[in-house]
Ligand binder design. Structure first.
Ligand code: XIL
Length: 759
């Protein structure tokens, strides 16, 4: 039968291609091209819904049982076969001149419980398999063109055989070769197929299937082809990988059949998805036409009313080429026209785009197979009503004379001698006057003196404005320059670089960026802030201070940071008078202040000095001068005077002054005045300084005065507890010492001091 059709097809093609173009059904068009176009049949509508079998017989030259020839359907008990449905399908096919594919003989799924639960031995399972195949294939010997002998034996991703298959578990991997041998025995003329899914293109599973079948070929196993189930998800397109895979199978002498194609759509389905789906079906038809070893295309059902998809893939549907009402979908039309047939209009144009211009909109779309023209339709409200504004033969159109600012909605339909397709998906566009706007990003920029910053200038073009735009900047602070890269452009962007000199005016200004082109001038503004370069200054408060000997005094140092100066600043002091130390708290800081404390020893050099405070940080050094005066006021000049009473008996008294000094004494006078109480008289005096000291005494009726004096020009170096002693003698009552006084006058560090007291 098939041979006759092919011959006829060849004749028709040779004699009159125009006749082929008149094919009105898929099957006529497929016959003309020598293709088997088939569908899986669901027994329920086949028996109960006349339009189902009518459509099947009209549109397809091949059928396959969706379930009726599976093991469990044909062989419900060990010794029972039920061929009612299978026979009905084969009879229908023969009555309608259709070929039959047999699906399937050995599969891990849809096998009966008596078999899987039967505890059979390996040999028994082999015998059952052989009996099943011999019976089923033998029954239809010569009437079923091709059998799916083994279905889905390869695992989904590891390149191995499916080891959880009943057949694999009971028999081992040899079950595959055995099944082919048995089938060949039962019908030597039937084409024997290995059938699987997800092995159509490239990948691990495709390679595993190839390895499996090439192994069978090498072993001489009677295998003729590989079935590609082709259960796909919309959108799907044939890729080079499919061609490569078909070609490598051809190279080992195998055919390929598309055995279960459907293209499921995520619900709800849009017109655009139906158009995409049409591309998938069209691609597969073209693939079959172009690959010499692919001449069968079977879809898994044909009407969306009866498809396994919604039941097996939740949320998906509409996978087939007729809709729920048996109306041809875009996929059907695409297949028909890919086969060179078609009485209907061309498929709906896809890929419509609209680009607004000045008072015009440019439209373009994809060619529809078989279209001879296109109607371009426009509306001013979304969804229509549409008015046809042009009929064109090309796949683009520019609609001119439009009102700027109005949004226009467009659809396109495809036409040919058979009529007009439905409208495409709608697009919209709003023509605008040729114009442009500028924007700056960022629109505010802060730069330091001596540095630069950038802002991206974007040109938003409208209404087809295509002129070159040249840039300039105004309102720049002095010392700031602007550069644009590029300086002018027919594109949409430029980079503005603003550079501040080290002396640029600081502060915030508004810079105007102006673009001119095509007779238009447009501007945008950018707020520019120029900050000083990173820097700091130092101040001291007070900047002039006095420290007493033996005491300390503090000044607060303030750091004024500018230009983003954040470095830590460390302090030091130079020019300190001798005996004066400086300390800083903190010694360095990232903050803004520190306290400088000056501590003068009791012998610190008196007088004033310019002390330089140096602050360093971030590579910068800043100084400030503090005018520091060391004063003796209120101090002792580092001289300690200690009065002591060494003895106070009735017969001998000695009262002493002990002197310790840390600096050099250049003048000294120690005077001790003793009261003359009853019996008291001068006895003697001495000192431990030695010969530099002049000693004398004066006795009156009331007092004895002891005098110790450093001679002019003499000095007294540092020392401790030098003793100046006033000795008295006498007898009587104890001498009341508290009326005895001393006066010590001395000069040290150029300053004179006097310390007085009593014993
Ligand atoms: C599916 C049928 O369409 C369903 O009705 C049935 O319930 C399960 O099997 N690969 C195959 C087909 O080889 O036999 C499967 O058919 C779909 C996946």
């Amino acid at each position: 039968m098939l041979r006759r059709i092919n011959w006829l097809a060849l004749l028709l093609l040779t004699l009159s291609p125009a006749i082929v173009a008149e094919a009105q059904t898929l099957r006529d068009a497929a016959d003309a091209r020598g293709l088997h176009i088939g569908a899986a049949v669901n027994m329920n509508p086949f028996r109960n819904e006349p339009i189902y079998s009518q459509t099947l017989g009209r549109e397809f030259n091949m059928l396959v049982a969706e379930n009726a020839m599976k093991f469990d359907a044909l062989h419900p008990a060990q010794n029972t076969f039920n061929f009612t449905d299978a026979d009905a399908l084969v009879a229908f096919a023969e009555a309608n001149n259709m070929a039959v594919r047999g699906h399937n003989l050995v599969w891990h799924s849809q096998i009966p419980g008596w078999l899987t639960g039967g505890n059979f031995t390996r040999d028994q399972v082999i015998a059952i398999m052989r009996d099943h195949i011999m019976t089923v294939v033998g029954r239809y010997r010569g009437r079923i063109a091709a059998w799916d002998v083994v279905n889905e034996a390869v695992s989904d991703n590891n390149g191995q055989l499916r080891t959880d298959s009943f057949w694999h578990q009971k028999i081992g991997p040899e079950y595959i070769a055995m099944a082919f041998q048995f089938a060949h025995e039962a019908d030597p003329d039937a084409k024997l197929y290995y059938n699987d899914y997800s092995a159509e293109g490239s990948g691990v599973k495709s390679d595993a299937v190839f390895n499996l079948v090439s192994g069978l070929v090498n072993q001489g196993v009677p295998i003729n082809g590989v079935g590609w189930q082709m259960h796909q998800i919309n959108p799907f397109r044939i890729q080079q990988a499919h061609r490569t895979n078909a070609q490598r199978l051809a190279s080992i002498g195998l055919e390929v059949s598309i055995t279960e194609m459907d293209v499921r759509i995520s619900l709800p389905t849009t017109q655009q998805e139906l158009d995409e789906q049409a591309l998938a079906y069209r691609d597969v038809v073209e693939f079959c036409l172009s690959q010499p070893n692919v001449k069968t295309l079977v879809t898994w059902g044909f009407t969306d009313k009866f498809s396994w998809i919604p039941g097996f893939f939740s949320g998906f549907g509409d996978a087939l080429i007729f809709d729920m009402n048996y109306q041809p979908k875009p996929a059907y039309t695409a297949m028909l026209s890919a086969l060179g047939g078609g009485t209907g209009p061309p498929p709906v144009p896809t890929g419509l785009t609209a680009t607004a211009g000045n008072a015009q909109v440019q439209l373009s779309w994809n060619a529809s197979t078989g279209a001879t023209g296109y109607n371009v339709k426009r509306a001013t409200t979304s969804g229509g009503p549409y008015t046809t504004v042009a009929t064109v033969t090309s796949t683009s159109f520019t609609n001119t004379g439009l009102t700027n600012g109005t949004t226009f909605f467009y659809v396109v339909s495809a036409t040919n001698a058979n009529g007009e397709s439905a409208n495409s998906s709608q697009v919209s566009a709003t023509p605008l006057a040729a114009d442009f706007t500028l924007s700056a990003n960022p629109s505010s920029l802060t730069i330091n003196r001596g540095a630069s910053g950038t802002s991206a200038i974007t040109i938003t073009r409208s209404g087809g404005f295509s002129s070159s735009v040249a840039f300039s900047a105004s309102g720049l602070p002095s010392g700031v320059t602007a550069a644009f890269n590029p300086a002018s452009t027919t594109g949409t962007s430029s980079t503005l670089t603003l550079t501040a000199s080290t002396t640029a005016a600081t502060g915030m200004v508004s810079v105007t960026v102006t673009g001119t082109g095509g007779g238009l001038t447009r501007a945008t503004t950018l707020v520019l802030t120029v900050n000083p370069a990173p820097d700091f200054t130092l101040s001291a408060n007070p900047s002039s201070l006095t420290v007493n000997q033996g005491a300390s005094a503090a000044s607060t140092l303030s750091i004024t940071r500018a230009g983003g100066f954040t470095s830590s600043v460390a302090f030091s002091a130079t020019g300190l008078p001798s005996g004066v130390t400086a300390s800083f708290n903190p010694t360095s800081t990232t903050g803004t202040s520190s306290t400088a404390t000056f501590t003068a020893s009791s012998a610190a050099t008196l007088g004033s000095a310019n002390v330089t405070i140096t602050a360093t940080g971030g590579g910068l050094t800043r100084t400030i001068v503090i005018f520091l005066t060391v004063s003796g006021g209120g101090g002792t000049g580092g001289v300690t005077i200690t009065p002591a009473i060494n003895a106070n008996g009735p017969w001998f008294n000695e009262e002493v002054i002990q002197l310790s000094n840390t600096g050099t004494i250049t003048a000294l006078s120690v005077t001790i005045v003793i009261q003359r109480t009853t019996g008291v008289g001068f006895n003697g005096q001495y000192n431990t300084v030695g010969g530099q000291i002049l000693q004398s005494n004066t006795v009156t009726t009331a007092t004895i005065t002891y005098q110790f004096t450093l001679a002019p020009g003499q000095t007294l170096g540092m020392g401790t507890n030098r003793t100046f002693a006033a000795q008295t003698s006498g007898a009587g009552t104890i001498h009341p010492t508290s009326g005895d006084t001393y006066t010590v006058t001395y000069t040290t560090g150029g300053v004179s001091f006097t310390q007085t007291g009593h014993f």
